[in-house]
Design a binder for this molecule. Sequence first.
Ligand SMILES: *Cc1c(COP(=O)(O)O)cnc(C)c1O
Length: 370
Amino acid sequence: MSRPTTAHIRLDAFRHNYRVAKQLHGGKALAVIKANAYGHGALHCAKAIEGEADGFAVACLEEALQLRKADILEPILLLEGFFEAIELPDIVAHDLWIVIHAQWQIDILLKANLSKPLHIWLKMDSGMHRVGLSPDEYAKAYARLKDHKDVATIVLMSHFANADNLDSQHTLQQSEVFHTTIYALNLPVHAQLSLANSAAILGWQKTQVLRERQHQWSRPGIMLYGANPIIQASQALVLKPVMQLTSKIIAIQNIDIGQSIGYGSLFTAARHTKVGVVACGYADGYPRAASTDTPVAVEGTLTRILGRVSMDMLFVDLTDVPNATIGSQVELWGNQVPANAVAKAAATISYELFCNVKRVHFQYYDASNI
Ligand SMILES: *Cc1c(COP(=O)(O)O)cnc(C)c1O
């Protein structure tokens, strides 16, 4: 018998969500599987849409090489490009695409004298002010790169800071900056563009933010894992959750009025309370901040976390789950409990919950031919 804490990963749901992203946006879609596919397992996810995906996006060379070693042949984009010149031979040898987001990268690239020209995605800072060339620098950089012998194609890209907030005007402003700047470049017709992350695909598809999408690349990430990043959305009806995190009840405590449980005695019973102890804690990635009242499901019944989450265990309220017993199945998030609900209770986002999952068993399922 082993510890029952398990992340169940439904690859058919992942494939479904990729198709939804592609269909909502139009054009081509790079499946963003950086950070081990947001904690879901990059190789499994890539294999689930192999032959169908237009390409993949990862954060660095190491993540890309892991995919190439597993014979993934689709285009792979390095979202921050290279960090040092020494990565360029591998980038060329493995046919990787790179984002160019800074002047120092252009300087290195133009001196590199490569054996094969590269596909580059030239990133504009249209208002997020994280990485990317300012609109002024952008025009100059494009002119330097477009006819250079080491540059095969240029995709023009930018990234939104607030697309998850439908009340913010920032997304429209960023789109305006981007489109005005590239208009002045006298691009060839059907130049390739890329703006949309999941939030833009889900929240801004009917607006002027995304134009001529049939010639664009979308870059869906979180939506592929079934979570809707839009702040105002209650549920993501078109998406299917991919990860279900489960464990079991390993002990039961009957607590009298006035007694407290766990570290810091954070929860004190106001009525006779049946408490279940679950084999899952913050060392598995369950957020410690999600103490008392966060939703959880036991044997299919919705209930709540009690007290402080500890490293290997947490408490759930079984008072109104009469059929709960030792060995009962607990869903921390997944189908009945949206990851977004747990994230909200912990003052974070589903992205961070998924990325933090560790130590647990991973079980993969694929109802093929879906
Ligand atoms: C991570 C990332 C994405 C995916 O974002 P989601 O919000 O997960 O859809 C898209 N583009 C870039 C540049 C990214 O870094």
